[in-house]
Design a protein around this ligand. Structure first.
Ligand SMILES: *[C@@H]1O[C@H](CO)[C@@H](O)[C@H](O)[C@H]1NC(C)=O
Ligand SMILES: *[C@@H]1O[C@H](CO)[C@@H](O)[C@H](O)[C@H]1NC(C)=O
Ligand SMILES: *[C@@H]1O[C@H](CO)[C@@H](O)[C@H](O)[C@H]1NC(C)=O
Ligand SMILES: *[C@@H]1O[C@H](CO)[C@@H](O)[C@H](O)[C@H]1NC(C)=O
Ligand SMILES: *[C@@H]1O[C@H](CO)[C@@H](O)[C@H](O)[C@H]1NC(C)=O
Ligand SMILES: *[C@@H]1O[C@H](CO)[C@@H](O)[C@H](O)[C@H]1NC(C)=O
Ligand SMILES: *[C@@H]1O[C@H](CO)[C@@H](O)[C@H](O)[C@H]1NC(C)=O
Ligand SMILES: *[C@@H]1O[C@H](CO)[C@@H](O)[C@H](O)[C@H]1NC(C)=O
Ligand SMILES: CC(=O)N[C@H]1CO[C@H](CO)[C@@H](O)[C@@H]1O
Length: 473
């Protein structure tokens, strides 16, 4: 077991120990094939491959539909200073302590659907083995429909590495920004693969009232700001979003999460601006901010809390839940002092390039309660057996004390409705009839104005969501 200076410091402080030993990483990972079919076969497949658009109506408390939209590589202070982004924030809630989990892009996209990046530190072609579960497996337990919309994807389920504009050869679709495409558990199934579609079928699904209840939207490399800048991408995003925000079919009881995969400039923490929009946001909260610590893993824990789904047993196990949902379900979020938290590197792992651990896949926390006591997906338990997990997945943000990664955060109040067996969840009453009116989170700023928040000298993440009803089933 390797305990470096940072790790030792953490152990001494006594708050964040308890990570199992890791194998000694090596620096070369065998390359995977970069599927890159000929243009003629792409066009042939495009002519015959039919998209799948399953629909469902599993009602819930805080929202009945979630749509995540990711832009690229922008620091919090840059995006929150942009006029179009400020207008967008005025239509919803700005999250002021939302962190990406590593660099570069691809591991963040993997993390938001799978609860881990497995050490990934690159944008190479990678396919996770079929025994790695994702949000899709959680949604499938209640037949909650899901899709992904990838701009300029040449046909549903296209498995190639990229698809550029065929006139200018400018970048358009790239696989590294297509989260579900990275997982064999999705792509091995032809029906599931065909639920990964282009924006043309986003339009047709809206017209035909065939939107799913969970979706992930990736604009192309210009629209998402990757090859352009925030001015260009925010202009595109405002134009893209405005009609949807005014369309009752799209917006009613819908939570739209507009976020960024990662920050851009060094040396800053990996904090990105994230805005919550849609009909699920009460108008009284438009133009407000929420300063709880959230990460990409919050997108899993929130979906789980909203629909009463189990956990993947990874970093979603105890990730803070959006206050919007926590208020309804009585989930208590942990409070974190984020001043030392950067979340800017990956720990060693089986898909790392720099710190490759051949064959060593971190085990999920199948023996812990997770997800406010709903436990871990049975298929994950069946695959991995019962155990506490490789990492300390009950921590509210990801870290690896053995490798000394992300050890700079500090818990101000780590008590949440977390996964430790025997922990009681929350006090009763109210039956989930509505949001709590008991606690002090999040802070509501003056209407409509979204300034650049100043980080105070004391604790910067002090929101605690009140305990209300137990109510998630
Ligand atoms: C794991 O994380 C939890 C929550 O932050 C913390 O209370 C606990 O001490 C950690 N466990 C170990 C063994 O360090
Ligand atoms: C954002 O912060 C960085 C690092 O502190 C700084 O260099 C940059 O000028 C800031 N940009 C804006 C738009 O405030
Ligand atoms: C993928 O991108 C490369 C350049 O990065 C380009 O040469 C190639 O044509 C692209 N492939 C497709 C199918 O667009
Ligand atoms: C998906 O989009 C394509 C391209 O616009 C269109 O031809 C097709 O009819 C759409 N499929 C469905 C099921 O709406
Ligand atoms: C932003 O990107 C657009 C599109 O690439 C470009 O036209 C514009 O000049 C860029 N603006 C700045 C300030 O770089
Ligand atoms: C991560 O952030 C820390 C703190 O600024 C910095 O020292 C370190 O170089 C960063 N690591 C990378 C890989 O950017
Ligand atoms: C998961 O699949 C990988 C790749 O096939 C395999 O190496 C690993 O042993 C499997 N893990 C478990 C727990 O089944
Ligand atoms: C959650 O509840 C608190 C306390 O009533 C309230 O201040 C806050 O606005 C609510 N937040 C959301 C997003 O509903
Ligand atoms: C994409 C990118 O450049 N991200 C930077 C974000 O900030 C960190 C420092 O925290 C840099 O290391 C990254 O390069």
């Amino acid at each position: 077991m390797k305990v470096n200076i940072l790790g030792a410091a953490v152990l001494a402080r006594g708050t964040l120990a308890g990570v199992t030993s890791e194998p000694k990483p090596v620096t070369s990972r065998p390359p995977q094939s970069t599927i890159h079919p000929a243009l003629s076969s792409i066009y042939a497949a495009a002519a015959t491959t039919e998209p799948q658009s399953p629909v469902s109506n599993v009602a819930s408390k805080a929202f009945d539909r979630i749509i995540q939209i990711w832009l690229e590589n922008t620091d919090f202070n840059v995006s929150s200073g942009d006029p179009n982004m400020q207008w967008i924030a005025s239509q919803g809630i700005l999250l002021t302590n939302y962190f990406a989990v590593t660099h570069p892009s691809q591991p963040n996209y993997a993390a938001v659907v799978a609860g881990d990046h497995f050490g990934m530190d690159h944008d190479d072609f990678i396919s996770f083995p079929a025994n790695i579960s994702t949000v899709v497996d959680l949604l499938d337990t209640k037949s909650i429909s899901w899709d992904s919309y990838q701009e300029d994807l040449p046909y549903p389920g296209f498995a190639g590495f990229n698809f550029s504009d065929q006139t200018t050869f400018a970048n358009d679709y790239v696989r590294k920004h297509n989260p579900l495409q990275l997982f064999s558990s999705v792509t091995n199934d032809a029906t599931k693969a065909a639920q990964i579609k282009s924006f043309m079928n986003l339009t047709s699904d809206i017209t035909n009232h065939k939107l799913p209840q969970w979706s992930f939207i990736t604009p192309n490399m210009r629209h998402d700001g990757h090859d352009t800048n925030i001015t260009f991408s925010s202009t595109w995003t405002r134009t893209f979003l405005s009609p949807h925000l005014n369309n009752p079919y799209v917006t009613t009881k819908t939570l739209i999460v507009l976020s960024f995969d990662e920050n851009k400039s060094s040396p800053t923490p990996n904090r990105v601006s994230t805005v919550l929009l849609g009909g699920a946001i009460p108008p009284s909260l438009h133009g407000t901010t929420d300063s709880n610590l959230y990460t990409h893993y919050t997108m899993l824990s929130t979906v789980q809390a909203n629909w009463g789904l189990p956990s993947l047993g990874k970093w979603d196990c105890d990730a803070n839940v959006l206050a919007l949902v926590a208020n309804w379900t009585g989930y208590r979020n942990a409070v974190v002092d984020t001043r030392g938290l950067f979340l800017n590197v990956s720990y060693p792992g089986p898909v790392s390039n720099k710190m490759f651990t051949p064959g060593w896949w971190p085990a999920p926390a199948t023996g812990l309660k997770c997800a406010a006591g709903r436990g871990v997906l049975p298929a994950v338990v069946a695959t991995w057996g019962r155990g506490e997990g490789t990492y300390n997945y009950t921590n509210v943000y990801p870290y690896d004390a053995v490798a000394g990664v992300a050890v700079g955060g500090e818990l101000a109040d780590g008590e949440n409705d977390n996964g430790r067996v025997g922990a009681s969840s929350s006090s009763g009453g109210g039956g989930g009839a509505g949001p709590s009116a008991t606690a002090a989170s999040p802070s509501a700023t003056a209407s409509g104005s979204v300034g650049v928040p100043v980080r105070p000298g004391g604790l910067i993440c002090v929101g605690v969501v009140g305990l209300v009803a137990v109510a998630v089933v």
